[in-house]
Design a protein around this ligand. Structure first.
Ligand code: PMP
Length: 424
């Protein structure tokens, strides 16, 4: 069945779409942490950072159903759900000067709009991102998404800095190093006559290999970009909505105040909604120069889903839960290191776990092929995940926040088996 389906898909959708796995999965249903194929086989989904409350969470499903029966659009008219959502999101960032919400349909669009705001505000075009970052797929944003690799050239106005990795730079002061790298990038932009517009950072450095530690290290870099007249943009598409198990947003562990925060993925638990929070100062000139219009962004149904997501995070205590079960997961995987030489490092925060696999612990040499085989073996054993980092050798583990301690045990058990199987 799957082979025929792939052929049909290739014929109909063309060659640009990518599927996960050499033997792609056909999924017909999602239920909590599980994805289910047509034969009823259940896969534990620790890949997906969209259905963060679990697939088809009843509170979100109910909110969507209620709203879609009443009003399913909003374009250019006042409606309550978007205002309530703005109030609720702004209430999560009392320590900042963030004052306004703008909605989009995707994280890429949110970063695209953020970049436009930064250009208008600063009069510059220069962008600083990390070396293996992914920020989205629009024409402008892909030019500062180096993880797209050879498919898109970085812009001449873009500079990259290494993400701060304590595993490969043991003993270094990561904050100081990151600040120095950002300052050097600012100086290089200026040397080429390019005014810096923004430093754009995912505070968990997802594509760079999941590198959240130590908390607070972003401070110096944020001060540096602000001194240079640029904006600091926190890309919260990955760490946002409680995933770090500490706060609602990843940047909050750094004690910094962004000019703009972009968000998406888990925001509607599957409903397409994304957006940004911006300070009044950042938006003032943009508001005068541009009019923002986006047909589907901020539609009532997506807003209702996002409100249900915020309610559920609070009601089910998911931030605290993410901290507790995330720690169990990291500790359990760290214990496997005594039996599996390939585990070089286990790290993360909350429900964000990175497991770096190496061919030699002493030299810390990335083992991409081994990692790919572990990912495939785990899929065969019913656990879905992927790999990240420049060497494609870090297992990227992002379970739904509702993952139970027992389900964390399944992840550890299956990883244990897969590491043994592949090492044979
Ligand atoms: N920023 C980050 C950090 C992301 O991980 C992604 C998506 N993987 C995006 C932005 C883009 O989001 P979207 O795919 O919704 O456009």
């Amino acid at each position: 069945v799957t082979a025929a389906m792939i052929e049909r898909r290739d014929a109909l959708l063309g060659p640009a779409y990518r599927l996960m796995y050499e033997h792609p999965l056909h999924i017909v249903r999602g239920e909590g942490v599980w994805l289910i194929d047509p034969d009823g086989r259940r896969y534990l989904d620790i890949y997906n950072n969209v259905a963060s409350l679990g697939h088809c969470h009843p509170a979100v499903t109910e909110a969507i159903c209620q709203q879609v029966k009443v009003l399913a659009t909003n374009t250019r008219y006042l409606h309550d759900t978007i205002l309530e959502l703005a109030e609720r999101l702004l209430a999560t960032v009392p320590e900042t000067e963030l004052a306004h919400l703008m909605l989009t349909c995707t994280g890429s669009e949110a970063n695209d709009v953020a970049y436009r705001i930064a250009q208008v505000r600063t009069g510059g075009t220069g962008v600083i991102v990390t070396e293996t970052a992914y920020h989205g797929f629009t024409d402008a944003v892909s030019k500062f998404s180096p993880s797209l690799g050879t498919t898109v050239d970085l812009g001449a106005h873009v500079r990259t800095v290494p993400a701060p990795c304590f595993y490969h730079a043991e003993g270094a002061d990561l904050g100081e190093r990151f600040t120095r790298d950002v300052e050097a990038a600012i100086a290089d932009l200026k040397r080429h006559g390019i005014k810096p517009a923004m430093l754009l950072v995912d505070s968990v450095f997802t594509s760079d290999g999941i590198l959240p530690e130590p908390a607070g290290f972003l401070k110096g870099a944020v001060e540096a970009i602000k001194r240079a007249g640029g904006l600091f943009i926190a890309d919260e598409v990955q760490p946002g909505f409680g995933r770090t198990g500490e706060h609602m947003w990843g940047f909050q562990r750094h004690g910094i105040s962004p000019d703009i925060v972009t968000m998406g993925k888990p925001m509607g638990n599957g409903q397409p909604i994304a957006g940004l929070l911006a300070t009044a100062d950042a938006l003032a000139d943009f508001g005068k120069k541009s009019r923002y219009f986006n047909t589907f962004a901020g539609n009532t149904v997506s807003c209702a889903a996002a409100l249900a997501v915020l309610d559920t995070i609070e009601k089910e205590g998911l931030i605290q839960h993410a901290a507790r079960v995330g720690k169990l997961l990291r500790d359990g995987i760290a214990e496997l290191a005594s039996r599996h030489e390939a585990i070089g490092n286990v790290r993360g925060v909350g429900m964000f776990v990175g497991v770096e696999l190496v061919s030699n612990r002493a030299t810390r040499t990335p083992d991409r092929e081994f990692t790919t085989r572990v990912v495939n073996r785990m899929r065969d054993k019913g656990v879905l995940l992927s790999a990240c980092a420049m060497g494609h050798n870090v297992l990227k583990i992002r379970p739904p926040l509702v993952l139970s301690a027992e389900q964390a045990g399944i992840v550890i058990e299956v990883l244990d088996e897969a590491l043994g199987f592949v090492a044979q």
